[in-house]
Design a protein around this ligand. Structure first.
Ligand SMILES: [Zn+2]
Ligand SMILES: [Zn+2]
Length: 305
């Protein structure tokens, strides 16, 4: 039982993680084109890659312009008064990740009139990117690129080259892939839900069946016991009997003294009680209230398993 529950829990976890993966697949890639005049080889170079990732709150639009970097010791543009190397629109701000939120960086670029903010990942992150969340900075295009690509552009600008960038909405992950993910997720969700429901229905039905069998057994046992008790000897007390005399006993069930004309039942252990007292007692307790002898066992009424 416990293992089945664990398994179902595990299945749910898997479905949730698949859902998570699917939403990740919905993130939009940005294609980057770079144009510059390479002063070392004296050649015009155009470089193209699909290496950016649009921020969650970014408009999914194209943007282009000369790339500008912060004019300060650090390149993170966290200071609200940060100025950039380019001011003539259209231009694109290149900012390093870290020290403050994406929203703050993008807002600085927006205030300075940039058409887009390109944030590159921290040192040591290679060319990996993360999906940026930047609520409150939604008016300009914001994308993230890897650290290596960011450093490459940065070094070109620092060495005096004028780099122009064109950002375009890249191809989304193959549409078949998304459809496949959605289909797969729906199917697995359905299967897990159905399995869970099936298991609980099966489990409840089993419990109900056991409870019913138990109450049926109990009824049968009670009927059998009643029949057996009827077989025990009865006696009607009379005036002058030892039980009704001055040294007479009292019935231990009701603690009343025996009186003439009362009907008593004599158990197999020879103890006697009022019939009306002992019959229900035996049905409930099985044993003689005085010597604890299991009367029903003696009569052959055993508790069945
Ligand atoms: Zn009694
Ligand atoms: Zn007894």
């Amino acid at each position: 039982m416990k293992q089945v529950e664990k398994f179902i829990f595990f299945c749910h976890l898997m479905v949730v993680s698949i859902l998570f993966k699917t939403t990740e697949a919905f993130s939009v890639r940005a294609s980057l084109s770079l144009f510059y005049f390479d002063t070392t080889s004296n050649k015009s170079v155009s470089d193209h890659c699909v290496c950016g990732l649009y921020g969650l709150n970014s408009p999914l639009l194209s943007a282009q312009g000369l790339v500008g970097i912060p004019v300060s010791d650090n390149l993170e543009a966290c200071d609200a008064n940060t100025r950039f190397t380019v001011t003539k629109p259209p231009w694109i701000a290149l900012i390093e990740r870290g020290n403050c939120s994406f929203t703050e960086k993008i807002q600085v670029a927006t205030r300075r009139g940039a058409a887009a903010a390109v944030i590159y990942n921290k040192l040591g992150k290679g060319n990996s990117t993360v999906l940026m969340s930047h609520p409150g900075a939604e008016s300009i295009v914001a994308i993230m690129i890897g650290n290596m690509k960011g450093m490459e552009i940065l070094h070109r600008i620092e060495s005096g080259m004028k780099v122009t960038m064109v950002i375009e909405v890249g191809k989304k992950h193959g549409p078949w892939m998304n459809q496949y993910s959605i289909f797969f997720t729906s199917v697995s969700f359905f299967i897990v839900t159905a399995a869970t429901m099936g298991y609980f229905i099966f489990y409840s039905a089993r419990r109900l069946r056991i409870a019913r069998a138990q109450s049926r057994n109990q009824r049968q046992l009670k009927a059998k016991a009643k029949k057996a008790i009827e077989q025990l000897q009865l006696r009607t007390l009379k005036q002058g009997d030892k039980e009704t005399g001055p040294d007479g006993d009292s019935c231990v069930v009701c603690i009343e003294l025996y009186k003439p004309n009362e009907v008593v039942r004599i158990l197999t252990c020879n103890h006697l009680f009022h019939k009306n007292c002992i019959d229900p007692w035996l049905l409930e307790h099985r044993t003689c209230p005085m010597c604890k002898c299991d009367i029903l066992k003696v009569l052959g009424v055993e508790v069945s398993q």
